[in-house]
Design a protein around this ligand. Sequence first.
Ligand SMILES: Cc1cc2nc3c(=O)[nH]c(=O)nc-3n(C[C@H](O)[C@H](O)[C@H](O)COP(=O)(O)OP(=O)(O)OC[C@H]3O[C@@H](n4cnc5c(N)ncnc54)[C@H](O)[C@@H]3O)c2cc1C
Length: 512
Amino acid sequence: MAPEHTDTIGPDLTRGIGIADLPDGNKLVGHCGDAQVLLVRRGVEIFAVDAHCTHYNGPLVDGLVTGDTVRCPWHHACFDLRTGDALRAPAFKPLACWSVEQRDGEIFVVGKRKRAELSSRKDLVEAMPEKIVIVGGGAAGFAAAERLRREQYPGSIVMLSDDEAPPVDRPNLSKDFLSGKAPEDWLPLRRESYYSKNQIDLRLGTQAVRIDPRTREIVLADGGSIPYDRLLLATGAEPVRLTIPGADQSNVHTLRSLADCRAIIERATTARRVVVLGASFIGLEVAAALRYRGIEVHVVAPDKQPLGRILGPQMGDFIRSLHEKKGVVFHLEEIASSISGSDVNLRSGGTLAADFVVAGIGVRPRTTLAETAGLTIDRGVVVNSFLETSGPGIFAAGDIARWPDPYGGENIRVEHWVVAERQGQTAALNMIGRSEKFAAVPFFWSQHYDVRINYVGHADRWDEIVVEGDIAARDCLLRFKSDGRVLAAASIARDIENLMIEVAMEHEMAAC
Ligand SMILES: Cc1cc2nc3c(=O)[nH]c(=O)nc-3n(C[C@H](O)[C@H](O)[C@H](O)COP(=O)(O)OP(=O)(O)OC[C@H]3O[C@@H](n4cnc5c(N)ncnc54)[C@H](O)[C@@H]3O)c2cc1C
């Protein structure tokens, strides 16, 4: 759960503003009492909705309006301006909508509208499955369950998770929560009561070990079994484990779950030095969070530049210098060969002292369950554009799914929070017979100190990076191109351009 937004800015909209102050196509923020309200004008229509995204309170006035929707500049959530509905993750909760009156050349916001008047729910189809089982209590699993209930799916939903914690805001585990800036009550995606109230049978600490596609049953580690009509596999990924001598020491950590994060925080309360293995997104976010806690951080990684393989050399150099200015010491083109007590021994012969070690050397999709069911696997669970696996009635979403990306024309698998959630939403619709293709442009963000990098699209390889702006000044847009076509873009402080590239990619896909 995100922090409440408290400041009120802009004109008092209950007293009215001149229509001329809101030219066609524009938006502005004002307030009605304590509530911040966004006004958007499209021709003769004027929409009034909450001014902040329900995900992390991003300022929607800095977002992008397309059609009757507004997209958040920070993490690309999208809302319906007519109904306030959260159309796309990472937001789930709707925006409040306000009634607007126009008289004597002025616009007045006259009061909040009731949610019931606004519902845009589509009619349910006839042949509804009775039992849906979701394996995974993470981004994709949660988003699927939430979507099913939002669509008024009347059947049973069982959500299995081998984690002890309910679905949490996993990206926060390497950012504000780890650095100590966010309290733990920000982490749950919903309070516990949400699941019982919505009849989502969330079973924590429950591992699914086998699928029997013939009898349509999930077999649990405790020997029990659960029947399904439709099954969603959303088992995510797990950290690649170190295999060097000493990797099994208790002071060597990985970070995936809330429990992992709590263990690192506990170490951090007494530690003075940490060695982070791997200059991955997670490794570097951990480095930033631990610097915030005043811990000396050394990063050991085989790469020439941190994140250069994904963001290119220019951004890689910037990220390196950003972290170095904050005191992180890099040991690049280097790997750890063993860990012995508090010594991390390097291949080159050196040794780094560390009170603890965090390995951020990548993740691998958790495909074992899918493999036991004989589903088609190709470095992930292969799904079609409806997110159906090769097994009847079995869908997959999130970090495990390899899907046909209509923009790039290849089957891809990514490890992005928003993609996992959106796939969960699409799979939910398809499990109840909607036939909706998953065609969202991939999006992720990463936070390093006060620098947020937004990345849209997908580029495994490119032949050119076109840089606009100034990376060092933290105001830039990088376009990753192949044969002149933009495959992806990364930006700092250029949120609108990033959103516009997302929209352009969507238009290009729709035209195909
Ligand atoms: C620390 C951290 C920071 C991140 N930061 C960002 C970020 O800033 N931006 C971004 O875009 N992405 C980020 N990510 C990646 C993002 O969190 C993942 O892409 C996303 O969580 C994938 O969602 P998922 O539902 O596929 O898997 P998960 O969220 O991992 O959920 C999988 C669930 O399945 C359960 N499970 C697995 N196997 C079984 C089984 N056999 N039986 C029962 N339950 C099972 C697991 O316990 C878990 O609950 C981050 C990841 C981590 C770990």
